[in-house]
Ligand binder design. Structure first.
Ligand SMILES: [Ca+2]
Ligand SMILES: [Ca+2]
Length: 203
């Protein structure tokens, strides 16, 4: 009887290990896409540091299948403005599995159309399966206007001070305040950007 129970336990443990391996295989062989910019945003469904309206943004989409780069795959970048307007860019992956798309934010912006959160939805189809990733970008008239209300005032100072010294794993991390290099930390360089623009307004 005891031997039978031990056999059953071993069998269940073996089955659990096999199922875990199958799951790991499924994940490792699934198509994957990760979109980010020259300022950051690596990882699935994460934002990247803010841009100003005249800046050029470079979108990178890293496409892999089973952990290996996917070459010559068409990646669709759906770029959605704060007012809902949309444009689509299609770029092909290179030998490293990377598709690159450049976009210049308007140099004479309409605040409703330009300032606020832009969404970039990317998709690629590999062997009949579609992979997606989404990136959010805050676009401002001035990087120091952290809350995007068209004036740099005490509210922006409070936001950057509240996140001071935070890194990405910190509970007080706020990517909206990460406006100066080095990215990935809110430090004195981010605070300086806000203080030198204090009391400036969009006009
Ligand atoms: Ca503000
Ligand atoms: Ca920073």
């Amino acid at each position: 009887m005891l031997r039978r129970i031990i056999c059953w336990i071993i069998l269940v443990l073996l089955l659990a290990n096999v199922l875990t391996l199958v799951d790991a295989y499924r994940v490792s062989t699934a198509p994957n896409i990760d979109v980010f910019t020259q300022k950051g945003g690596r990882g699935q469904v994460v934002p990247c540091p803010a841009f100003v309206f005249e800046e050029e943004v470079i979108f990178y989409a890293n496409v892999t299948y089973g952990g290996w780069p996917e070459v010559n795959k068409d990646v669709a970048f759906e770029v959605i403005r704060p007012d809902g307007g949309m444009s689509i860019l299609v770029r092909r992956t290179n030998e490293s599995g990377l598709a690159t798309a450049k976009l210049a934010f308007p140099s004479s912006p309409d605040p409703a159309e330009t300032f606020g959160t832009w969404k970039v939805f990317t998709s690629v189809n590999i062997a009949g399966t579609t992979a997606n990733d989404t990136l959010w970008i805050d676009v401002r008239w001035n990087l120091a206007d952290i809350n995007n209300d068209l004036v740099v005032d005490l509210y922006d100072v409070v936001l950057v001070c509240r996140a001071y010294k935070a890194t990405q794993s910190d509970p007080k991390w706020n990517i909206q305040c990460d406006i100066a290099e080095p990215y990935g930390i809110i430090d004195i360089y981010d605070v300086v950007i806000v203080t030198v623009s204090y009391e400036l307004e969009w006009s």
